[in-house]
Design a protein. Structure first.
Length: 165
């Protein structure tokens, strides 16, 4: 009796596998989920980019935050990301911030100053104050985040994000 159940289970498993392979043209490989959103077209004004970063950070939206990364890698050295710092692609930026937003609760994120805005410069930066709590232990931290934008074509994208405490 037990042998019949084993044979029946093997037969059913073979049917399931054969049925899945029978779907012509379907790729069964798992594709990585990475943000496909292009940098917003409104990114031609650096102040709108800073406000978009601010809104995405406050909402804990890693996808929108990563959308402001350009085609070249972004230098990240932000406390709470779990990495020591380095250059990351847009999809890596997404996953790093996703992890950070899951492990921290942001109480405040506000840009308080901007430098070289309005000047004919290819790089400008903003300074934000951030207050956040570590979810696992309830500890509170405060630091500054320096966000540098660079011009990539006609749009402004993030080139660096660094924290200082």
């Amino acid at each position: 009796m037990r042998r019949r159940y084993t044979i029946l289970l093997l037969f059913l498993a073979a049917l399931v596998l054969a049925g899945g392979a029978a779907h012509a043209g379907q790729d069964r490989r798992k594709k990585p989920k990475e943000p496909k959103e292009p940098v917003p077209t409104i990114a031609m004004d650096p102040m709108i980019v800073f406000r978009g970063i601010e809104a995405a950070w406050r909402a804990g939206d890693a996808r929108k935050l990563a959308a402001y990364a350009g085609d070249s890698k972004v230098l990240l050295n932000v406390r709470g990301l779990g990495e020591k710092g380095g250059y990351y692609s847009r999809s890596q930026v997404f996953y790093l911030f996703k992890g950070m937003f899951e492990s921290t609760r942001h109480k405040k994120f506000d840009f308080v100053g901007f430098h070289e805005v309005g000047e004919k410069s290819s790089r400008i930066y903003g300074i934000a104050r951030r207050n956040y709590e570590i979810v696992s232990n309830g500890r509170l931290f405060q630091d500054k985040i320096y966000v540098t934008l660079k011009q990539e074509g006609k749009r402004w994208v993030v080139s660096e994000m660094k924290s200082a405490w």
